[in-house]
Design a binder for this molecule. Structure first.
Ligand code: HEM
Length: 489
């Protein structure tokens, strides 16, 4: 397994060839669990016995969600927590369980309504036939050939941004990487560069979608108008209005044939104009939701991955030295050919290991569509389950010294022997991230471009389990205000 060749239950080849893998044409899947009648007799999963009274768990989880999860999952792979706004949630901390939910028994689970609240009816959210149609429609933008074609645009955008950096400057990288990944996403996938004047509202509002999932707000009853929820609603409204504006701009000159469009905005506008009924995206609302989904999913996770990778380089001088040797040996700015020829092999392992320790999507929420059993415990129909990706990727049963940043653990032999769902930063099964090849290429090219010109030192605090301080929101981020010192090379 390698980050280029796809773990977790779906051969990348089938996905990347533009087919919807692992499901039938209409997105239906086979009924996989034969023992439903016995499930009704099973007990519910216990609350973690080592974390005090269950009614206090919500407060403990709000205060420190990662520590809470680690302590609970250290005792058993299946446990329940009760949260005032959500009721009981059964959390799953074993890769076998993740494989069942995402792949072998995926027909028994659906996405939770939180995705819909944040993203409407875009690809991240919709289910069944509509999902299959949308995925097939968008796939051409994300197949390997298209992705490799974005390489020069990516490097150009990264160079333009980092050439503003000056030696001696102190940077909060989270903000800087957000700007960088939005620049890359817009130029490569959306087909329109973000402008310095007029597009700032897009940058600011994309950030606000996180606020729905803030640990201090998310578990509270839904009717409570928390400040985070107000910020979320305002940000979402703004982003929707901006998406409408970009679509209206493009509608003035739509492509005559949508299959010819090689960027998202023209593809969407072309589908609507041509009335392509099996695209899953004909109404204005659907087009707008797709834009919001891709703008958020397409930059936020890569932002945090880059920030954590730069932290790891700053904090591990031996790794940094070998990384600099690799990128200095390139003939010039990094290219798609460098990646394909394996000239960024160590950089690839740095990215793989970063996504293991700090998976931006640190947990996946689902809802059981019928009574299901895990390790002899019942999850009743309609209850939420949470797949604890971050916890699984730091499980000592699968990774020696799991808290240590060690790119060298990713030997071919280790990859082959690893459980196929013990490393799943992009999810798994048919709903595996559509943008993973894009994200991996962007991460490697961005790191190499930065590394050829700069060396960064971390000035921030130390956080939980030896990493930087973390803030688990919709995605796992570095806490605000952790600065880096830039030095020129
Ligand atoms: C390091 C970067 C990234 C990470 C860690 C990541 C992670 C994930 C994960 C875990 C899922 C599965 C969600 C689920 O099963 O509920 C997912 C889905 C998705 N991702 Fe990514 N992602 C990344 C980058 C991107 C990029 C660059 C794009 C687009 C340009 C993108 C677009 C999407 C979309 C549209 C889906 C939904 C796919 C579907 O349901 O068919 N992601 N991503």
């Amino acid at each position: 397994m390698s980050s280029e060749t796809g773990p977790t239950g779906g051969s990348i080849d089938t996905v990347e060839s533009g087919r919807v893998d692992e499901g039938t044409e209409d997105g239906e899947v086979a009924d996989a669990d034969p023992a439903t009648e016995d499930v009704a007799d099973l007990p519910l999963a216990p609350y973690p016995p080592n974390l005090g009274h269950p009614k206090l768990h919500a407060f403990r989880q709000m205060r420190d969600p990662l520590e809470f999860t680690d302590r609970a999952a250290a005792v058993r792979d299946v446990y329940r927590v009760w949260l005032p706004g959500l009721g009981d949630v059964t959390n799953l901390a074993h890769p076998d369980q993740m494989k069942r939910v995402l792949l072998t028994e995926r027909g028994d689970f659906r996405k939770s309504e939180d995705f819909g609240i944040a993203f409407g009816d875009g690809l991240l959210t919709v289910e069944g036939k509509e999902w299959a149609q949308q995925r097939k429609t968008l796939q051409p933008l994300f197949v390997r050939e298209s992705v490799m074609g974005y390489a020069d645009t990516m490097v150009d955008q990264v160079q333009r941004r980092v050439e503003r950096w000056e030696g001696g400057q102190q940077l909060d990288l989270q903000g800087e990487m957000t700007d960088l990944t939005l620049d890359v996403l817009f130029d490569a996938i959306l087909g329109r560069e973000l402008r310095l004047d007029g597009d700032e509202r897009i940058r600011r509002s994309a950030e606000a979608l996180h606020d729905w999932f803030l640990p201090t707000s998310y578990p509270l009853p839904r009717w409570l108008p928390t400040p985070a929820r107000r910020r979320f609603r305002e940000g979402k409204r703004t982003l929707q209005a901006e998406a409408d504006r970009l679509l209206a701009e493009a509608a003035e000159d739509p492509p005559s044939d949508p299959t010819e469009a090689d960027d998202l905005i023209r593809l969407l506008v072309g589908l609507r104009e041509a009335g392509v009924t099996d695209s899953g995206m004909l109404t204005d609302d659907r087009l707008r939701d797709q834009m919001v989904s891709i703008i958020f999913a397409g930059h936020d996770t890569t932002t945090t991955s880059l920030t954590f990778a730069l932290w790891a380089l700053a904090e591990h001088p031996d790794v940094r030295e070998r990384f600099h040797e690799e990128v200095d040996a390139l003939d010039g700015p990094p290219t798609a050919e460098d990646v394909e020829a394996g000239r960024l092999e160590f950089t690839d392992r740095i990215v793989t290991e970063t996504l293991r320790l700090f998976p931006p999507v640190y947990a996946l929420p689902r809802v059981a569509d019928r009574d299901v059993a895990f390790d002899g415990y019942r999850v009743p129909e309609g209850e939420r389950v949470g797949i604890l990706i971050r916890r699984i990727q730091r499980d000592p049963r699968f990774f020696d010294d799991p808290d240590i940043f060690d790119p060298d653990r990713w030997t071919d032999e280790f990859r082959q022997e690893l459980h196929d769902f013990a490393y799943a930063p992009f999810g798994g099964g048919p709903r595996i991230c559509i943008g993973r090849q894009f994200a991996l290429l962007e991460a490697k090219l961005s790191l190499a471009t930065i590394g050829r010109n700069y060396e960064l030192y971390y000035l921030g605090d130390e956080g939980y389990r030896g990493g930087p301080p973390l803030s688990p929101e919709m995605t796992l981020r570095m806490e605000e205000g952790q600065e880096f010192l830039v030095t020129e090379r």
